[in-house]
Ligand binder design. Structure first.
Ligand code: IMP
Length: 424
């Protein structure tokens, strides 16, 4: 398989983990390029559930190299725990199948505390972050006060740099009325994590280029989704990285002309966790999906907000990511419905909109214009062939792909690897 960028084309939680796992089969290397342990990719293999936060899902397939790229922010304690958890489940994690970029930035407890404090201060205007310290960690990176993995694994340099950072951040924490951190216990825990992670830390940019020259095919796995992108999302209700396709290049050091295709992943409906506008939000569909035990966050367990498929958003996602192929997940979530709505435009301020207004207040007031589709009202989770899908489900899938202006390439009707259909 050629070099492929996989992105979420909605607000995150599109079911990317499962699609990454399927596409990994045809790749040699899987690279994570942005975000941190705010992400949670759920993959089921032979009935066993794996939830990955920082380690690329490729780790579940023997013989694949997984890379945590320079664009990622890493909580070392969380990563050590994740690696140990995978090992307990019998997954091999060694320096031969996992590499961590030495220029990826490190997340510290003061980032998490600041994330929390800022949310409290925002009150009802809060973003609804995962409280993993992601915003403050990327903030330090942009302010050039961050520490990188290369610093973490250099004991003397790490101690000196951390001392300065803890001193400054404790002043900020005190101003917020929060308890300051103990430098010595923080240092001790991070030194222990550094020891465990050191064998994995490498110059991943050089490695990826050498592997590319040898003809390796690379899958760039996106975390979060297009409308959580720091530049192209529904700011300020976004995460702090570039979740769109360009982030795969900056977050790995592999240039744009080496990329061959972009796969966009969408749910057959829409969900979002956290605050911010969601034009097609609908209580009925949320109650139905939650009643089925679906749509609870993999990282925080929060119930996700749910709504109808929003093709205004997914069409815009095609535009900013250059999506070629579309993978539609969770089709089976709609199996019981008599009628299904798809948003084809918004109406607000006396105008019809076919893109998302950048003014967040205007976006919050957008009224969706829907096209109605008949439901298929039968279970699809056992279907394995395109032709076995109910005709109405096929029509629905083709319509949402057409509206998104992307080629329908995969359909997922359940969490298992085998519950994947290639349209005929
Ligand atoms: P942060 O990334 O923790 O700062 O959270 C910022 C926003 O992005 C919040 O609305 C989160 O709910 C959302 N978010 C962050 N990571 C994910 C994810 O993996 N899936 C879905 N939403 C996410």
């Amino acid at each position: 398989m050629a070099n492929t960028i996989l992105v979420g084309a909605q607000w995150g939680d599109e079911g990317k983990g499962k699609i990454i796992d399927v596409l990994t089969e045809q790749s040699d290397i899987v690279v994570r390029t942005q975000g941190g342990n705010n992400a949670g990719h759920t993959v089921f293999v032979s009935g066993q559930k794996y939830v990955l936060h920082l380690v690329p899902s490729g780790i579940l397939r023997p013989g694949k190299l997984c890379v945590i790229g320079n664009g990622v922010v890493i909580d070392p304690l969380g990563l050590v725990e994740e690696i140990e958890g995978l090992r307990r489940l019998g997954v091999k994690v060694k320096s031969t199948n996992l590499m961590i970029s030495e220029t990826a930035h490190v997340v510290f407890p003061y980032h998490r505390l600041l994330d929390e404090q800022r949310e409290v201060r925002k009150g009802r205007h809060k973003i609804g972050t995962t409280k993993r310290g992601i915003g403050p960690a990327y903030g330090d990176k942009a302010a050039r006060t961050g520490l990188r993995m290369i610093d973490l694994v250099n004991p003397a340099r790490f101690e000196a740099l951390l001392k300065l950072r803890v001193r400054e951040n404790n002043e900020v924490l005190r101003a917020f009325g929060a308890r300051p951190l103990s430098f010595s216990s923080l240092l001790k825990s991070y030194q222990a994590a550094a020891k465990s992670l050191k064998p994995f830390v490498a110059n991943t940019v050089i490695h990826l280029h050498e592997a590319g020259r040898r003809g390796a095919s690379i899958l760039f796995e996106g975390a979060q989704g297009t409308f959580l992108d720091i530049d192209h999302g529904t700011y300020p209700f976004v995460t702090s990285s570039n979740t769109t396709a360009g982030g795969a290049c900056t977050g790995s050091g592999v240039p744009p002309h080496r990329m061959d295709r972009v796969v966009g992943v969408v749910k057959a409906y829409t969900t979002r966790v956290g605050e911010g506008p969601l034009p097609t939000e609908n209580k009925e569909i949320a109650d139905m999906l939650h009643g089925m035990g679906r749509e609870f966050g993999a990282t925080t367990g929060r119930p996700r907000r749910c709504g109808w498929f929003d093709s205004v958003a997914t069409h815009q996602a095609t535009m900013v990511n250059g999506i070629d192929d579309l993978a539609v997940t969770n089709l089976d979530g709609l199996d019981t419905l008599e009628k299904i709505q798809v948003c084809v435009a918004y109406r607000v301020a006396g105008k019809r909109w076919t893109h998302l207004p950048n003014d967040i207040d205007l976006l919050a007031r957008c009224q969706p214009i829907y096209r109605e589709f008949p439901g298929w009202r039968q279970s699809t989770s056992e279907v394995r062939e395109w032709k076995q899908l109910p005709a109405k489900a096929r029509e629905y899938l083709k319509a949402i792909a057409d509206l998104t202006e992307a080629k329908l390439s995969l359909v997922s009707i359940g969490p298992g690897r085998e519950q994947t259909i290639v349209p005929g």
